[in-house]
Design a protein around this ligand. Structure first.
Ligand SMILES: Nc1nc2c(ncn2[C@@H]2O[C@H](COP(=O)(O)OP(=O)(O)OP(=O)(O)O)[C@@H](O)[C@H]2O)c(=O)[nH]1
Ligand SMILES: [Mg+2]
Length: 301
């Protein structure tokens, strides 16, 4: 029996847990079953109580206290512990039928998505180990407000691409919190961020405005590493961003969907992409109406 799941990932505060909550509400309203797995050992409050919570296996607070680790080292320790105790996941998930969408709410530490091999191991276990065999996709969230700062946007896009390459599962990139940029960025301008390329740096309004004001933008103003502002306004920093943007353009892997978690249509649209990625609908049996529903329907006519 196939199982279906989505890993909701992305940097801290990107709106992962909010999206999970909106997705669960939407699934419930549409009479679809879901199973919510919290894999963030530091998460405390939830709109929907998790069906499985990593905190029942290990708590970040205990790890930090007992092992003398900081929050990031503690989180890595928690995931290493999870990988040594995968029965915790198998026992809870193995009996789920193909009707369920399993939603994994991930933590926001960026290290997990960029260079430590923990998440690839976990994704491999969930999707390919034979124990669970979940048809899994990743939903990587990045805050849409990042588009205001080109350097931030490309650095976020690079980490999305890094997660994509490391995880080797079908992957959706999503610009979250779209409500925050509505009215601030014109629709036509926003389009350019959907499939990012180097042209975004060439017509950066900040550079255009500085050039217009007669500022010299093609030289470095300072090479003193302490003078962060001057470095970030200098030509070397722009060359670095251009190199990052070119890399992203050359790989041509990242394009974004848009999400406003408070808008049900927007959540429904993202869900349709998730369903499509994991081919959820292909495995579903036609559902028969229950007797009372059938009678009710005829009475209405
Ligand atoms: N305006 C707006 N705010 C949002 C949206 N989604 C989330 N937020 C807010 O962003 C903040 C962070 O949201 P979370 O859902 O906790 O983000 P997260 O990615 O789970 O955060 P961590 O688990 O700490 O990494 C909260 O204050 C949310 O209310 C959205 O679509 N629009
Ligand atoms: Mg969260």
């Amino acid at each position: 029996m196939s199982k279906y799941g989505v890993m909701v990932m992305g940097p801290a505060g990107a709106g992962k847990s909010t999206f999970c909550a909106s997705l669960i509400t939407h699934l419930q309203l549409n009479r679809r079953s879901c199973f919510y797995v919290n894999l963030d050992p530091a998460a405390e409050s939830f709109e929907h109580p998790p069906d499985l919570d990593i905190k029942d296996l290990i708590s970040l607070e205990d790890v930090m206290e007992e092992m003398g680790l900081g929050p990031n080292g503690g989180l890595i320790y928690c995931f290493e512990f999870l990988l040594e105790n995968l029965d915790f996941l198998t026992e809870a998930l193995e009996s789920l039928t193909e009707e369920y969408l399993i939603i994994f709410d991930m933590p926001g530490q960026i290290e997990l998505y960029t260079h430590v091999p923990i998440l690839p191991q976990l994704a491999k276990f969930l999707s390919r180990s034979g124990a669970l065999d979940i048809r899994l996709c990743a939903a990587y969230l990045l805050e849409a407000t990042f588009v205001v700062d080109r350097a931030k946007f490309f650095s976020g896009t690079l980490s999305a691409m890094s997660a994509m390459i490391m995880l080797e599962v079908p992957h959706l990139n999503i610009l979250s919190k779209m409500d925050l940029v509505k009215g601030q960025v014109k629709k036509r301008d926003f389009k350019k961020f959907i499939t990012p390329d180097t042209s975004l740096l060439e017509d950066d309004p900040e550079i255009v405005a500085r050039r217009k004001a007669g500022e010299q933008v093609d030289d470095d103003q300072s090479t003193d590493p302490q003078d962060r502002d001057a470095i970030m306004r200098g030509a070397s920093f722009r060359r670095l961003n251009t190199a990052v943007a070119s890399l992203i353009e050359d790989f041509s892997m990242v394009s974004y969907l848009k999400l406003d978690a408070s808008d049900e249509d927007s959540v429904a649209s993202i869900l349709s992409y998730i369903d499509d990625c994991i081919q959820y609908h292909e495995a579903q049996e036609p559902k028969e109406l229950k007797d009372e529903e059938e009678v009710g329907d005829y009475e209405d006519e």
